[in-house]
Design a protein around this ligand. Structure first.
Ligand SMILES: Cc1cc2nc3c(=O)[nH]c(=O)nc-3n(C[C@H](O)[C@H](O)[C@H](O)COP(=O)(O)O)c2cc1C
Length: 205
């Protein structure tokens, strides 16, 4: 099983980086055939999506559409395609994912999604994104906040639902677990390490 971990914090060695590492430990403990690659978005040269719709218009039978931009996404996209599971981690900034995480998600959206073929009686409107690939994948999402305590998560974490929906629509990834490390300025990171480890185990169980 191949796992791609996507670290969306601006700070290495801090909350999200640490919790992703714990989740990776958990994922590996459960299954010794697991191969993990972790990327820190801050190290990647990822341009903003230009909204040119090249990917949107590309052949819907392709699992991975062409992007008009040449940058590190050219190397990352095949890894995203190959992975069986994902770990996404981001701190909440003003209740949302970091800008580097949003930029990454915008860039992968229609590369891995195609427009829905026709209006149906279901809730999928025409041209909404649906996965190009039929291969089902799994994911976990880790978020953290500085101030807002876990019990107030719903007022502070719009990152989890955004990531959840994007990866369902584009990567065909089902989220099998999430965690919110709230109020880390008061509570610290250590308190959340076991939870991250168990979450990682969930990904590979
Ligand atoms: C610009 C900015 C906005 C932030 N917005 C929030 C927020 O809305 N709610 C909150 O509780 N913490 C907020 N924080 C605190 C971060 O969520 C916290 O520092 C982060 O989770 C730590 O993760 P890291 O150690 O991986 O950087 C914000 C921090 C910054 C710098």
């Amino acid at each position: 099983m191949k796992i791609l971990a996507v670290m969306g914090s601006y700070r290495k060695g801090k909350t999200i980086d640490t919790l992703i590492d714990k989740a990776i430990e958990g994922a590996k403990a459960n299954n010794d055939t697991v191969e993990v690659e972790k990327i820190s978005l801050i190290d990647q040269n990822i341009e903003f999506c230009r909204g040119c719709m090249t990917c949107f218009r590309d052949d819907p039978s392709k699992e991975m559409a062409k992007c008009a931009i040449t940058d590190d996404m050219n190397t990352l996209n095949p890894k995203i395609l190959e992975a069986d599971g994902y770990i996404f981690g981001t701190p909440v900034f003003m209740a949302h994912e970091t800008a580097i995480m949003k930029r990454f998600l915008e860039r992968l959206c229609y590369v891995f999604a195609k427009p829905a073929p026709k209006r149906t009686k279901l809730v999928i409107p025409k041209d909404c994104p649906m996965p190009r690939s039929n291969r089902k994948k799994k994911a976990i999402i880790i978020t953290s906040s500085g101030i807002i305590k876990p019990r107030w998560k719903k007022f502070c974490d719009d990152a989890t639902p955004l990531i959840k929906q994007t990866i369902k629509d584009s990567l065909n990834a089902k989220v099998v677990g999430t965690m919110y490390a709230g109020a880390i300025m008061k509570l610290g990171v250590d308190k959340y390490c076991n939870k991250a480890y168990e979450l990682g185990k969930q990904l590979t169980s």
